[in-house]
Design a protein around this ligand. Structure first.
Ligand code: SF4
Length: 527
């Protein structure tokens, strides 16, 4: 009977004392390091696993505390890893779980020093820092360490990296991957005749639409133990921990994926850009969390969605939109990260220098759209993508916030955030910090667009129809001020360049009021 992760792991004499490691090594000196975001043996080469080598898991305090990650993110990473270690043990693998105050590589170095016969294989980490640390370890221990390429993605990085450096755009990349995989293709043409159905996917949410409940997960003893661990030992972590709803095993994640296909995928496309106060999930899948640590694989999610389309369970606009997020966007930004790091971390095209406003940390604001989005982040380490983009990133841009601070916040605040995925989204897509490599224009909008896509404004203290002054929606004057200040970023961009013309046509007194309202607001928010 397994009562706790610690007790279970001590039953197999592997936890947490490294001197017990030799008991795992009676049959072989071969070991594989399994990183916390590589929790799926299906993508490891079969020949590597055939002899049931020792699997080493590392719990790194340095990784957990390098930034004050959201409490739920720490619980998720640790609990999923412990559950996976146990599942591997149940499949007959010897399993060793090491706790270290240092990095993953520091922990592995201790093992390699102590046991000179061990030969270690690892899969190349997705995140830059961990990969650099592992590369140093490899240099230090030479032939005893072998790395294999990361198989958790669909696109071949080496094939696309140079192309993306030269300006290869998302749409071309996506079409190439559609052809490569055959997803939603018929005789080399896209099913339905179009490559995307974005025009059908920008609907506001009607009052009559019922939003399905998110299926919650009962917390087993292992997760409960990890929650206590995080509460007790990592007091500086961000966010709340009283509503942990995430699956921590592949079986449960697969059930949640199936539930999404059955209950939310059909409406996902139409309402993917909608916001409703108090609704963190709407019709979004909330599966990126499992995708980004390997519990679910990108191919299987695309294929589940395509099967739903073939069975008439979901329309093409929803299925194509879902497939595009995974096969197009997710794969593209991963190659972008590989192509642009580590320089990408310093991106700050507009040279903004304001600190991230305090409201991102405590949600204390009267701007309802912001308050709502941040409350979801505090409660769940999650908000859906349009709140991330249209509210949180938009506001950061409009208040001239240093995008690197926003980038750090997204990295620590979201359960699904690893640097390879959030950095391109924040410094490339949503803040234009890379100067237009990933996005064609800065992502900014006034209150009108938020009002069109949400029900926030009717309940907000500010008036979305007012343009300037104390009671006016701050997004309005901040937006026009931004257009004026950064007109060169809009001027050559077709439809958006019209906004510069619209601003220029405003009477001088209105421009003056816009400028003054923006200055006043930014001064207050930054103080
Ligand atoms: Fe947000 Fe402005 Fe609408 Fe208030 S009025 S919810 S601040 S967009």
């Amino acid at each position: 009977m397994i009562e706790t992760a610690r007790e279970f792991l001590s039953q197999i004499d592997n936890y947490p004392v490294s001197s017990n490691l030799e008991k795992c090594l009676v049959n072989s000196d071969r070991a594989i390091f399994i990183l916390h975001d590589q929790l799926n043996l299906d993508v490891f080469p079969v020949e590597l696993l055939a002899q049931k080598p020792l699997l080493i898991f590392v719990e790194s305090l340095a990784y957990a505390t390098v930034i004050p990650h959201h409490r739920q993110k720490l619980v998720y990473i640790l609990s999923a890893q412990r559950h996976f270690a146990i599942a591997c043990y149940q499949q007959g693998f010897p399993v060793f779980n090491l706790f270290t105050e240092g990095s993953h590589a520091d922990g592995l170095a201790e093992i390699l020093k102590q046991y000179s016969n061990i030969e270690l294989t690892y899969m190349s980490p997705s995140e830059w820092n961990t990969r650099s640390q592992m590369a140093e370890l490899k240099n230090k221990f030479g032939d005893r360490i072998k790395s294999i390429s990361n198989n958790f993605f669909i696109a071949d990085v080496d094939k696309f990296k140079t192309k993306i450096k030269k300006g290869y755009r998302l749409e071309t990349f996506y079409r190439e991957l559609r052809k490569q995989t055959g997803y939603l293709m018929e005789d080399s043409q896209p099913i339905g005749g179009n490559w995307n159905y974005d025009k059908e996917n920008r609907k506001a949410l009607p009052k009559t639409v019922t939003i399905p409940e998110i299926d919650e997960v009962s917390l087993d003893i292992i997760t409960q133990e990890v929650i206590a661990l995080v509460q007790n030992y990592l007091p500086n972590a961000f966010g709340k921990l009283d509503k942990f709803i995430y699956a921590v095993t592949r079986d449960r994640a697969l059930e949640l994926a199936q539930l999404f296909i059955e209950t939310r995928l059909a409406n996902f496309g139409a309402y993917e850009d909608a916001i409703k106060v108090g609704e963190p999930f709407l019709f979004h899948s909330v599966l990126s969390i499992y995708l980004n640590n390997g519990l679910l694989l990108p191919q299987e999610l695309c294929e589940m969605a395509i099967a739903a389309y073939q069975q008439n369970l979901a329309p093409l606009n929803s299925v194509e939109g879902f497939v595009r997020q995974i096969l197009g966007w997710r794969e593209y930004i991963r190659v972008y990260y590989e192509a642009k790091m580590p320089k990408a971390r310093e991106s700050n095209h507009f040279e903004f220098s304001n600190d991230l406003p305090q409201l991102y940390w405590d949600g204390n604001t009267d701007l309802l759209c912001l308050k709502d989005a941040i409350s979801h982040v505090l409660d769940y380490g999650y908000s859906h993508h349009i709140q991330r983009l249209m509210v949180l990133s938009n506001f950061s841009n409009l208040t001239n916030t240093d995008p690197r601070q926003l980038n750090r916040w997204f990295w620590l605040a979201y359960v699904d955030a690893y640097e390879w995925v959030e950095l391109p989204n924040v410094l490339g897509m949503s803040t234009f910090a890379d100067g237009g490599i990933l996005a064609s224009k800065p992502y900014v909008s006034g209150g009108n667009y938020i009002n069109k896509m949400s029900n926030c404004c009717s309940q907000c203290k500010y008036d979305v129809k007012e343009k300037v002054g104390e009671t006016a929606c701050p997004f309005n004057y901040l937006y026009w001020n931004f257009v004026d200040q950064h007109r060169e970023s809009f001027a050559e961009n077709g439809r958006v360049s019209l906004m510069v013309n619209s601003y220029d046509k405003k009477p001088e007194h209105e421009k003056q009021e816009i400028r003054q309202s923006a200055i006043n607001f930014i001064n207050v928010i930054s103080s």
